[in-house]
Design a protein around this ligand. Structure first.
Ligand SMILES: [Cu+2]
Length: 305
């Protein structure tokens, strides 16, 4: 890191861990120094004016005012520098980020869904196909409402709060929200985008350093907003494969068809794989077997009502 970039560190920017991040950092670095110079310049000018035009030196107001054009030149220079910053650097970089997506074959594709107050990650599993999602199927044990009858969804991987990705491979995220507007922000990866209900927002990054990177919500989304955090773990390719295998095995048990559709004899005593509620869920709840249940409705009573 050069000494000029110290200003980013001083202002709390965490170290960059993504391929494109240095470009964002350069713009931020320049903008921060420029704003610092403006702050010092205008503050000095303010003090100068206070002294130069003090009442004791000008007992009577001068109706002609300032005759020198220097302040006009200064202001015009500021506008020019800001225009260059915006049109010359910021907009082209933004255009590159949103227009030049990596091709689907080289990239990891993840659906990220925000809700009050956590992030859920949805990966397609070994078949590479996302299962159908239906808001009416959302339950505590099926937070994304994956259709249990869709074969493409059987091997899907759904994880709450922690996403693993391999290093040096682009990650394409398709972002959405189940309730209000959130903002999916990974400060170390220099990316952030709003998660908007009803929209699928694409974004991407390429991690270049292994490690754990915090995900935060960048929009004030409710009382629990401060705790809406997650983690992106950038693994070595071997660690990533091991994680994927482990999650795929878990998915095989979690996304089993509803108990009512399992072959005779499959659902013996005790909970069947598809009906294990997540920790903390009401004990009598059997959401997978009741696909018509809406999330807003109260949990069924023990009588089966
Ligand atoms: Cu949020």
């Amino acid at each position: 890191m050069n000494s000029l970039a110290l200003i980013n560190e001083f202002l709390g920017q965490p170290p960059n861990a993504s391929e494109h991040g240095y470009q964002i950092d350069h713009i931020l670095e320049f903008a921060h120094w420029f704003m610092g110079a403006l702050f010092v310049g205008w503050s000095a000018f303010f003090v100068f004016v206070l002294i130069r035009f003090h009442k004791s030196r000008h007992p009577k107001a001068d109706h002609h005012g300032v005759r020198s054009a220097i302040s006009t030149h200064l202001e015009f220079s500021c506008v020019l520098i800001e225009a260059v910053l915006l049109i010359g650097f910021a907009i082209p970089l933004w255009a590159k980020r949103v227009n030049e997506f990596p091709s689907g074959q080289d990239a990891i594709l993840v659906h990220v869904v925000g809700q009050q107050f956590n992030w859920t990650f949805h990966m397609p599993g070994p078949d590479g196909q996302f299962g159908r999602r239906e808001i009416g199927l959302v339950t505590n044990s099926n937070p994304l409402g994956i259709d249990p009858n869709d074969p493409a969804g059987k091997d899907d991987i759904v994880v709450l709060g922690e996403l693993h990705v391999p290093v040096n491979k682009p990650v394409i995220i398709e972002l959405s929200s189940k309730d209000v507007i959130h903002n999916f922000d990974i400060p170390h990866m220099r990316i952030a985008a709003d998660a908007i209900p009803g929209s699928l927002i694409p974004m991407w990054f390429k991690p270049i350093k292994t490690g754990n990177y915090e995900v935060v919500c960048g929009q004030l989304c409710g009382l629990g907003h401060y705790g809406m955090k997650g983690m992106v773990v950038v693994d070595s390719p071997q660690d990533y494969q091991a994680w994927l295998k482990e999650r795929a095995e878990l998915a095989g048990t979690q996304n089993a068809p509803p108990a009512t559709q399992q072959p005779a004899g499959a659902g013996g005593a005790g909970p069947t794989p598809g009906t294990i509620p997540p920790p903390g869920a009401p004990k009598n709840q059997n959401p997978v077997a009741q696909p018509e249940q809406k999330p807003a409705q109260p949990a069924p009573s023990p009588s089966g009502e």
